[in-house]
Design a protein around this ligand. Structure first.
Ligand SMILES: [Zn+2]
Length: 156
């Protein structure tokens, strides 16, 4: 069985002073892609908890999978007490299998933790809004993500 982890990280770049809030997926301790380039769709990840299907769990920083060359989502297959991910894009082709119970717990608790991390970051220590914070992928038009993370323009 593979071990899944979901975490939030802050990325910075030399050419601006923004704080980029990025959710990253690790399997067996390693990032599954370069999250300086790809992003995690938490809504697709949440949607994959119940049903089989293809989910664009990996996407571009702008929120459009195509933009990062991803035309096929991750195939998620629930079978007995396991959940299998078949990743074809981005390469390499990979198959990961998780215990179904762990899958549900890790994603549910991971999203709750990310929501908390974000709430803590939205305000600076002096109680002002943190206008340097950018959520990745782009969230402004993403109503399901806004609901999932309980964010809105009033926080920014
Ligand atoms: Zn893009």
């Amino acid at each position: 069985m593979n071990k899944l982890e979901l975490q939030s990280k802050i990325y910075r770049f030399d050419n601006d002073d923004n704080l980029y809030f990025v959710s990253i997926i690790l399997v067996d301790g390693d990032s599954i892609v370069d999250f300086f380039y790809y992003a995690t769709s938490l809504t697709e990840l949440k949607d994959s908890l119940e049903n089989n299907g293809k989910y664009f769990i990996l996407t571009c920083w702008c929120g459009v999978p195509d933009c990062a060359g991803i035309e096929q989502g991750i195939q998620v297959t629930h079978y007995q007490n396991t959940v299998t991910w078949t990743i074809t894009q981005p390469k390499p082709h990979r198959i990961f299998t998780f215990y179904a119970d762990d899958y549900k717990t890790i994603i549910t608790e991971g999203i709750a933790k990310i929501k908390q991390d974000l709430a803590n970051l939205c305000l600076t220590k002096t109680g002002e809004k943190n206008d340097k914070l950018e959520i990745v992928p782009r969230w402004e038009d993403d109503i399901p993500l806004i609901k999932l993370l309980d964010i809105s323009t009033k926080n920014f």
